[in-house]
Design a protein around this ligand. Structure first.
Ligand code: HEC
Ligand code: HEC
Ligand code: HEC
Length: 214
């Protein structure tokens, strides 16, 4: 009878190779992203275009800025705060530049940590009209925010995961302990916003009062 061992060894070898190949496939995009693709290979621009030779390479421009471990590997808020970049605020002289300092706490009633929504940071990059009122009404507690909608690319997800840091960075939004948030609201420095709990979760004052009178 033929010895079955060589076939078994080969099967084992093939299996091991397949597992390594799968791991390499999964890891490759992560590594590639960390290294900034050269312009001719980024799959976004026509590699034949003469402009490709004129443009600055992302690695040359971005490696000098505050590093990040997510998205395009630049901590943009830090780069701006430390003066590493100084983008123009307006193209037309008539455009009024406005910032807003008061932060808003969101998710005060959820299981995940509270979100301190930084108005100042957003208005350094954006105009009020980028969010108000088509994405969010300009009033605390007046929007039905939801992580589900955000993951679908709505609300915060219009920008986060597209042009701002990605949604995998949970702690960058869910960034404040509930007791710290409640203490700051007491002091009146931050607006208490976000979605109010569903009726069922609110204290049943009315129902209790009704029960008493009956
Ligand atoms: C860009 C900001 C942002 C990021 C990043 C983000 N969230 Fe949220 N999350 C929100 C907002 C806004 C709400 C809704 C707040 C409200 O209802 O007031 C929310 C609500 C939630 C809720 C429902 C409320 C609760 O606490 O039970 C869960 C669960 C949640 N997020 C989990 C996550 C997880 C897990 C991640 C990371 C994978 C994540 N979020 C990343 C902004 C974010
Ligand atoms: C119109 C676009 C836009 C929307 C909508 C938006 N953001 Fe942002 N956000 C930005 C940009 C741009 C930055 C700065 C660049 C970056 O950090 O990637 C930023 C930065 C932040 C930061 C600061 C990160 C840091 O490094 O300190 C937090 C926190 C944040 N956003 C939370 C939210 C939450 C929560 C929502 C939804 C309630 C939201 N954002 C909606 C564009 C947006
Ligand atoms: C990136 C999106 C974004 C931008 C840009 C933005 N806001 Fe907001 N704003 C929000 C969110 C989210 C809330 C919270 C809504 C809620 O609680 O339901 C809010 C709430 C508010 C509130 C009510 C809370 C409070 O502080 O009283 C005011 C007022 C406000 N914004 C003013 C402004 C002004 C003025 C600008 C421009 C200088 C601006 N916002 C730019 C997202 C934004």
């Amino acid at each position: 009878m033929k010895d079955p061992r060589p076939t078994l060894d080969r099967a084992r070898f093939l299996l091991r190779t397949a597992v390594w190949a799968l791991c390499a496939l999964l890891v490759a995009p992560v590594l590639a992203q960390q290294q900034w693709q050269p312009i001719a290979q980024d799959g976004l621009r026509d590699p034949e275009s003469p402009a490709v030779k004129l443009l600055q390479q992302p690695a040359e421009a971005l490696s000098k800025l505050a590093p990040d471990t997510a998205g395009n590997q630049v901590r943009w808020v830090k780069a701006l705060d430390e003066g590493q970049i100084a983008p123009r605020t307006n193209l037309r002289e008539t455009t009024k530049v406005q910032t807003y300092e008061r932060d808003v706490f969101l998710n005060l009633y959820g299981g995940m940590p509270v979100i301190r929504f930084p108005h100042r940071i957003h208005t350094l990059w954006l105009d009020c009209s980028n969010c108000h009122d088509h994405l969010f009404k300009k009033e605390a507690n007046s929007n039905r925010l939801s992580m589900f909608a955000i993951l679908q690319g709505e609300q915060c997800g219009v920008c986060h995961g597209a042009v701002a840091f990605p949604l995998t960075e949970c702690g960058r939004c869910h960034n404040t302990k509930r007791e710290d948030a409640l203490a700051e609201i007491e002091r009146g420095t931050v607006a208490a916003g976000g979605t109010l709990p569903k009726k069922a979760a609110l204290p049943r004052k009315k129902a209790a009062a009704k029960g008493e009178s009956q």
